[in-house]
Design a protein around this ligand. Sequence first.
Ligand code: ARG
Ligand code: ZN
Length: 418
Amino acid sequence: MRLNLIISFLTCLVFAQAATLPKDEKVRYDNHVVYKIKYSNALQRQLILKLVERHQSFSLWSETATELDLMVSPNAIEEFKKQLSIANTTAEIFIPNVQALIDTETVENTRAAESFGWTRYNTLAEIEAWLDEIFIIYPAVTEEIIIGQSYEGRTIRGIKVSYKEGNPGVFIESNIHAREWITSATATWFINELLSSDDELIREIAENYDWYIVPVLNVDGFAYTHEKDRLWRKTRQPISTSSCIGTDPNRNFDVHWMENGGASSNPCAEDYGGPNPYSEPEIKAMSDYLNSVSSKVNVLLAFHSYSQLLLSPYGHTPDEFPDNYNDLLQVAKAYADAVEALPYGTVYRYGSAASVLYTASGATNDYAYQQGIEIAYTVEMRDRGAFGFVLPPAFIIPNAEETLVGIIALLSECEKLG
Ligand code: ARG
Ligand code: ZN
């Protein structure tokens, strides 16, 4: 009882803070701490997740089968420590002050001289201006693709790269989650490599596949992370029944939607599945576009961060596996091995989303798989929580290089399949 009182008091504080935020000011995360909590049983996990559900002072950053990364606001740290001891578990501080990381990133983003590049993170306007240049420089092999319109009326744009007729297609979706900036930075770097590299292996994949790449799918959310709140994840469409805004777009596809607790029905939750499948115009548009090309697409990769994982279907249950699950494991292994063999030595783990992580339904790769795209992964890029979503720009190129090498290995492994 007393605990509930404390919790609702804290909740009020947070809402009061948000309500008085001046119009042109950004959400701040001063002294917000990210802890990594190792848990060994379902009860411990549940106790921690209950906190996240109940109040906004806790925000789940990442979850695997053995660890939870949790951001805790300074006013809730005592409460958090109490809960840890009740759950009989411990936590390690990974990020002592999230705002300090954001501030450093902002400085680095404004210091870099060039108008677009991979030594800093670019805004949506910068990415679009760069895409426009790309279409002008490479008119013979590129084509703009229009996925559709966002809730706030932005056009969701992508690029098709095709050097010849009849190539098998590879679809890359990126930045469906707004705060996962490393994904669009990597996707744009990858586009640039496809078009401009002389490397033989890169030329081979560039010219022998048709590439459909959407660098920023959640355009409204992405703009919001640059303008207002660096850690926004969802879309920006209001919910008629709630004062909370946004739906988790990666829970909004019509594929086992909301089944098995694979998404939250609470509009304030980070994994809110929406009032109905395709409630989000971005996701309706993405599914329509994907349907229009799915017969030409063999592989789909959905770029996310962070945790360094390759997640295949299914997301809706850990107890069933796709018919070609062995192939999916074999191909994921090829990707992971290739990445680990690089000097960076980055380790990726792989498996079905629900068995490696948690039940999550309505995700892009599960939808793609349902539509007949048999090789479909969620790629969770760097890192493992040292910086989390606020990965410094110095890691853009290393992360992009290993993604490229992983994709080359993935495609060559696919060619070996029957
Ligand atoms: N971190 C991602 C998310 O929460 C992973 C989703 C993977 N699940 C899946 N069904 N593909 O959206
Ligand atoms: Zn994500």
